[in-house]
Design a protein around this ligand. Sequence first.
Ligand code: LLP
Length: 433
Amino acid sequence: MLKSNCLSINEQNHLTIGGVDTTTLAAEYGTPLYVLDEDAIRQNCRLYTHSMEQFYSGNGMILYASKALCTTALCKIIASEGMGLDVVSGGELYTAYKAGFPMEHVYFHGNNKTREELVMALSLGVGRIVVDNRHELLQLENLCAEQGKKASVLFRIKPGIDAHTHDFIMTGQIDSKFGVALENGEALELIREAQTLPHISVIGIHCHIGSQIFDLAPFKKAAEVMMGFIYELKNKLNLSIEELNLGGGFGICYTEADDPIAYDKYMETVSYIVKSEAKKYGVSLPRILMEPGRSIVGSSGITLYTVGTEKRIPNVRNYLSVDGGMADNPRYILYEANYDFLLANRAGDSKTETYTIAGRCCESGDLLGKNVALPPAKSEDILAVLSTGAYNYSMSSNYNRLLRPAMVMVSGGIPRVIIKRETYEDIVRNDIE
Ligand code: LLP
C-alpha cells in the first residue's frame, strides 16, 4: 500500500518513517514538521553513484541538485557519499560552503547570476561555472582578469527537446530563459568567442531537459544531440569537450498513478548512447555528470500536520484544514501537484471519506489537495503528506508571516532536528523601523 520503502505502519496503526513513529515525532517536535529519512536518501545517492561505476567505469560524477532541498546537514551527507553539488544561487553556494562542502565539486548554475555571486564563486573556488549567456561570459572574463584567475566553464545548451512535462518546468525547448540555442548557431558562436578569452577555460557543455520525467526517450535524445554538438565543436573549433553534463529530471512517485523507472536506468541508458556516439564520431569519451535533485530527496521526506477545523458544505465539499499549507508546500497552488495523504495516527484505516485539504493562508487556492480520500478525520489527528522531501522546504515562504516548520532527519531509527522551527523573533529579525 505504501510505495515508499522508508514508510511503514506499526502495531499501533501509526505511520512510521525510517522505523520511527510519526505521531511521536509530531508530539515531540510539533507540527507542521518536515521529516526526512537519511538512510533512504543515502540509498538513492548510492543507486546513482554505483550506476556511474557500473555503466561508465566511474568516469564522471553525480551532482545533487541542491535546489530540491538545501541545508547544511544535507550538504554534509551528499559530500560523504562522494557526490558533487549543483548550486544555483549565492544562498545555496553559501550553505555548501558553511557545510564544508569540497568547493572543487561544486557546479554553479543560473540564468542570471549576479556580479556578486560570480565574485563569491571565484573567491570560494567553485569547480565549474555553468555559463548561461554571453553577458555572463564577458562579465566572468573581466572578473577573472581582475583577480588573476582562470574559470573552468561549461555552457548551458538548449537541446530543443520537448520532454512532455508540466509547462512551468520544461526547460529544454527553444522558448526558454535558460541557456543558448543549438539550431541557430548561438551556442557554437558563444563557445567560439569563449576560446579567445584568456581567463576562460572551456571544459564542457550542459543541458537539462525538464523535471519529473518518466520516459527514457528524451534523455536518450538529449545525449545524442549533445554528442552531435561535441562532434561539431571538435570539427569546427578544434575543441575537445571533457565534460558532458546531462542535468537531472528523473521522475519520482507522488501517488499510486506514478510509475518511476529505476534510477540507475538513466545512467545505463545515457552511457550506452554516449559511448556509441563517441565511437561513431571518433571523439573521446567525455566525463558524464548528472544532476538528480527530486529523486534523491523527494520520496525520502514527508510532512506532518495537525488537523484543525472541518467545514462540511452540503453538496459542495468537505474542507479539512491543517496547520500548514501553501507556505510550507506551494506545489499544489503552483502546479496542482498531487500527493498521497494518510492519517498518521490511524494509518491503516480505510479511506471512506473525501476531503479537500486546506491550508491556513488568506488565499482560497491555498490547498494541499482536492478530493483526498482519508478515514473520517477529526481535530488533533495527524495528517501525513507523502513525498514532500523535494521542492517543499526549498520553495517555502513566510506568507502571512507564518513560521517555517522544523525539519527532522531520522537515521538508524534516531531522529535529530536539522532545521529549527522559526520563531516570531525570526519573523521580525530584519525589520528596521
Ligand atoms: N539541473 C538543473 C540545471 C535543473 O534546473 C534542475 C531542476 C535539476 C538539475 C534537478 O531536477 P530534478 O532531478 O530535481 O527534477 N519546482 C519544481 C521543479 C523545478 C526544477 C528546476 N530545475 C517542482 O516543484 O516540481
